[in-house]
Design a protein around this ligand. Sequence first.
Ligand code: CMP
Length: 139
Amino acid sequence: MATNRTFTMVKPDAVESNYIGGILKMINDAGFKVVALKFTRLTEAQAGAFYEVHKERPFYGELVGYMSSGPIVAAILEKDNAVEDFRKLIGATNPANADEGTIRKIYAKSIAANAVHGSDSDDNAAIEGNFFFSNLERF
Ligand code: CMP
């Protein structure tokens, strides 16, 4: 059964380009409520652990280096059918394939610097939210 929470990050490219406000506005306008929020920077070890599921992929080293290259915004979002609806809002992983009006179509630079992360399942949304936030930091 779908849960009503997902996890997102505004990635280093989008933070560096001053897109935090624009991206959070799109998220709010699409009906998502922010229930946890943090501005932080991952170490290489933390980025490696967060993306451990991809560690056999050829792009893993690039991904870890990139995600620890600058600050990110992490958030837990609430809405009915959150995981699926958020993936629709952000668009395809590769912005070249993202639909018009999606966050990645508007803000992403490349498949690596693709502006935002969105959980791909309810289980991963819970795991990823727990990676960044304690129970005292979510509402
Ligand atoms: P994300 O949704 O954060 O989950 C895994 C990330 O790996 C993905 O977004 C992309 O940014 C990145 N990724 C996927 N495929 C590639 C690729 N071929 N080259 C570089 N990065 C990739």
